[in-house]
Design a protein around this ligand. Structure first.
Ligand code: FES
Length: 94
């Protein structure tokens, strides 16, 4: 099964939803009417940046983040596919 529990924190509001490992965090957020920021959806603008507080993701494309930023937990939701059962993503902590 590819389901995953994802909590988004956006503008101080936490929302937990059931996600899918075959969808990006951003697509899951949009489908659930979560107001996560984005623009290009191509891994290039960093509008969708935020911090992974728990869980793991795989970034499909990344033209912006440095290795050290990734080590600190920064991700691009438009490129991030969940690889763990639970994810906590904080869009405010950047
Ligand atoms: S929306 Fe532009 S990098 Fe994600």
């Amino acid at each position: 099964m590819g389901s995953v529990k994802i909590t988004f924190k956006v503008d101080g509001v936490e929302t937990t939803v059931e996600g899918d490992k075959n969808k990006t965090l951003l697509d899951t957020a949009i489908e659930n009417d979560i107001d996560a920021p984005y623009s290009c959806r191509g891994g290039a603008c960093a509008s969708c940046i935020g911090r992974l507080k728990s869980g793991t993701v795989e970034l499909e494309q990344n033209y912006i983040l440095t290795d050290s930023e990734i080590d600190e937990g920064l991700i691009l939701t438009c490129q991030a596919y969940p690889t763990s059962e639970e994810i906590y993503f904080d869009s405010d902590d950047i």
